[in-house]
Design a protein. Structure first.
Length: 436
């Protein structure tokens, strides 16, 4: 017993079986971790581990020691500059490193590195939603096989706890729907357009300067980032991997100040929404798209880089999670929470799992039913629209008319728009009205 508690410290690592000639320094317990990536999130993780050392020690009862940081760049001014490496092999082959944090982003080489770390018996924590959305089922299966943990709280909602609450606190519920504002950059852009009449490009530039945007902001503004996040939540909620390729995705690049202003006239704000709903019969309806959100919805008040996620459980009713969905320290906070959880469970797996999926449980987006906000122009546009859609609510603005159609499957809506355009009406925009 004594031997187990007397931990040898020779460079901050933890070994339960001390090698010969050990110099004992007393009962100092440490867990060695490595961080792969020293960008916005990675530097935030290192910062929290260093500045909150005592706070974390009092929770964990052990010190979290950053043994290595992997990055191709030099950081000579870092207080732990001597622990940087450019060589992944130094991490994967280091038996003392028990938890590896992947915050490099992108699929390559993150996928290969994470797989190798798991197979080497190390727990892995990642903030990389692209990785989890593309390979989550496989990586969870490897973690299960190796009896280690693969955790990704920071991959959805930045600093908002959502993976752990859904996986643990809401486990008693059948979840009928998850809907959320899952991308800070686009929410920031839309908020600036709505509140300040700012142009799209200026707002995007500001979001990039503030460090919210992805390395390639197309992933934000084209909806792919939000899509990856709703895929992760859908996989977790329904137990089968949902791949982003199976999900109809639209971004916010076509949203104009006219859309924003006319939506407001109807009592709505425009938000980029990721949404998954379980239908009768068991299939799911999943989409990422800009939607009109009614002022009365809790999601309508979630502004700037904040995210909000509504989970509808059959026992709880609606539960809403709110907080900063992007940014250095909020995201790093979620990563560090996973590191602590992994350190507490070095020898036992936390249950977090879903099976692989084949997409057969997802309906075609053309079958998905919603009302539509449509902005049209042309002679007699309103009368012609009513003859196609039936009676509609409408607002006129100069030579434009905005209207809200009755609910219909999206495929039917597309056919009606084609008929309307054949009748000489130009459809300037079409945005789903969110039932949220
Ligand atoms: N680019 C992402 C966002 C970062 O704006 O939400 C957090 O995932």
């Amino acid at each position: 017993m004594l031997a187990k508690k007397m931990i040898k410290v020779f460079d901050g690592g933890l070994l339960s079986i001390p090698p010969p000639n050990t110099v004992w320094k007393g009962k100092v317990n440490m867990v060695s971790v490595a961080i792969m990536g020293h960008g916005v999130v990675g530097s935030g993780v290192a910062e929290i581990l260093l500045t909150h050392k005592q706070k974390l020690f009092s929770n964990l009862g052990e010190e979290i020691y950053i043994k290595k940081i992997l990055d191709l760049r030099e950081f000579p001014d870092s207080p732990i500059a001597d622990r940087f490496t450019k060589d992944f092999e130094e991490i994967v082959n280091d038996l003392e490193i028990r938890v590896v944090v992947e915050v490099m982003g992108g699929l390559n080489p993150a996928y290969d590195f994470v797989k190798r770390c798991l197979k080497a018996g190390k727990s892995v924590v990642t903030s990389n939603k692209e990785l989890v959305a593309a390979h989550g089922a496989e990586l969870l299966a490897i973690a299960k096989e190796e009896n280690v943990n693969f955790m990704f709280e920071a991959s959805v909602g930045g600093g908002i706890p959502i993976i752990r609450p859904m996986n643990q606190c809401l486990v008693a519920n059948n979840v009928s729907e998850v809907a959320g504002i899952l991308n800070g950059t686009t929410n920031f852009i839309l908020t600036k357009m709505i509140e300040e009449g700012m142009q799209f490009e200026d707002a995007l530039k500001l979001a990039q300067d503030l460090g919210f945007a992805e390395r390639n902001p197309a992933a934000d503004i084209e909806g792919h980032d939000a899509c990856r996040k709703i895929c992760i939540l859908a996989s977790l909620a329904y137990g089968k991997h949902v791949y982003p390729e199976s999900v109809h995705t639209e971004g916010i690049t076509k949203i104009t100040l006219d859309d924003v202003n006319l939506a407001e006239a109807f009592g709505y704000v425009i938000k980029l929404i990721g949404k998954v709903k379980k239908l009768e019969g068991g299939k799911i309806d999943i989409i990422t798209a800009p939607m009109l959100v009614p002022f009365k919805s809790q999601l309508s008040n979630i502004d700037n880089e904040f995210n909000g996620i509504m989970v509808r459980g059959d026992c709880t009713g609606d539960v809403v999670f709110y907080g900063k969905g992007a940014g250095k320290l909020p995201t790093a906070s979620a990563v560090v929470a996973d590191i602590v959880d992994c350190c507490k469970h070095l020898k036992a797996r936390r249950f977090l799992f879903w099976a692989d999926g084949d997409g057969k449980n997802i309906i075609d987006y053309r079958e998905s039913v919603s009302a539509m906000f449509v902005r049209v122009t042309g002679d007699g546009a309103l009368d012609k629209a009513e003859s196609v859609f039936g009676e509609v609510n409408s607002v006129a603005d100069g030579d434009m008319t905005a209207l809200i159609t009755p609910e219909m499957p999206y495929g039917v809506f597309e056919e009606k728009c084609t008929a309307l355009e054949a009748d000489g009406v130009k459809v300037l925009s079409a945005i789903r009205v969110g039932d949220i």
